[in-house]
Design a protein around this ligand. Sequence first.
Ligand SMILES: CSC[C@H]1O[C@H](OP(=O)(O)O)[C@H](O)[C@@H]1O
Length: 354
Amino acid sequence: MQGKYRALRLNENGFLEVIDQTKLPFVTESKVLKTTNEVVEAIKDMTVRGAGVIGSVAAFGIYTACMEVNSYDELKEKALLIRESRPTAVNLMWAVDKMMELLKDSTDLVADAKKYAIELNDEEASESQNIAKYGADIIEEILKKKNKTSINILTHCNAGWLAVIDEGTALAPIYEAAKRGIDVHVWVDETRPRNQGASLTAWELTQSKIKHTIIADNTGGHLMQHGMVDMVITGADRVSANGDVANKIGTYLKALAAFDNDVPFYVAIPASTFDFEIRDGVKEIPIELRSEDEVKYMRGVDSNGEVREVLITPKDSPAINYGFDVTPARLISGLITDKGVCKANYEEIKKRFN
Ligand SMILES: CSC[C@H]1O[C@H](OP(=O)(O)O)[C@H](O)[C@@H]1O
């Protein structure tokens, strides 16, 4: 059926259905998003998350909004609600703007939005396959250079198919390398506070039977110091024109440790992640500030298999919860994109993507 991907699909009734990522890895459950408000809430509360999937859901969210309006002007108001649901992943704004541009002269909003949303997602899925191939080539190059037959890759957060349809970005080269018969092991940063690594990346790699070890976020530097990491691959939520990379909080610290230990640090991204409006990512990329409760509470299952949130700090202690940080381009070995691997600098990026 058209519009069907691993993390989301249009169901038989024509509504957007998504995997509820807040329940993984304990419960695999889907959620149908029938209204614009349900789409906005699902992005805000991270039922769906990951820059690419947020963009995918936003595109189908515009289609959902078209079922609620009688004119393009009415649609613009709903589109803004979707566009403003999270501030850092530029794929969200890109998807909404692209859909609204395509629909501006439409005489059948619902039918055209459905068509354009499927086309946009099919293109994202195709780009993800290219990232897989170019990234696996890098993995083979590193193995050859180090004269090794197995590779240890560290990744932060979740940039698999739960985050970018349909192969992911950071995990796409790992899936492709495994398909090529390469012996891959992944160090999985737990990725506090929402544990996208421990809950989502570990779940994905388990499904794909790829060797992995979950580590506390502060472990990566030690592993790199002791030669236990051959490369780092992460995803990204926004890459500025000068090659600075916004990604899940903690990425910058991994890049510093990689730089200090001469470990190749790659960022895998589709073209929709570039933001050419921003020339200095460190200074200008907006960083989402999320609820302090995500730091103060931890999710898990109790002895009855019920998903629970438990307080892990003194009730009255304040916390602050930055969702992302920005890694300067100088710490990045290369950007693995759907058009090949490019250096993280303005000239290279402009030549290939702008
Ligand atoms: C390339 S999409 C994955 C990207 O999105 C994650 O953020 P969140 O889980 O808050 O949506 C994280 O930055 C990942 O690298």
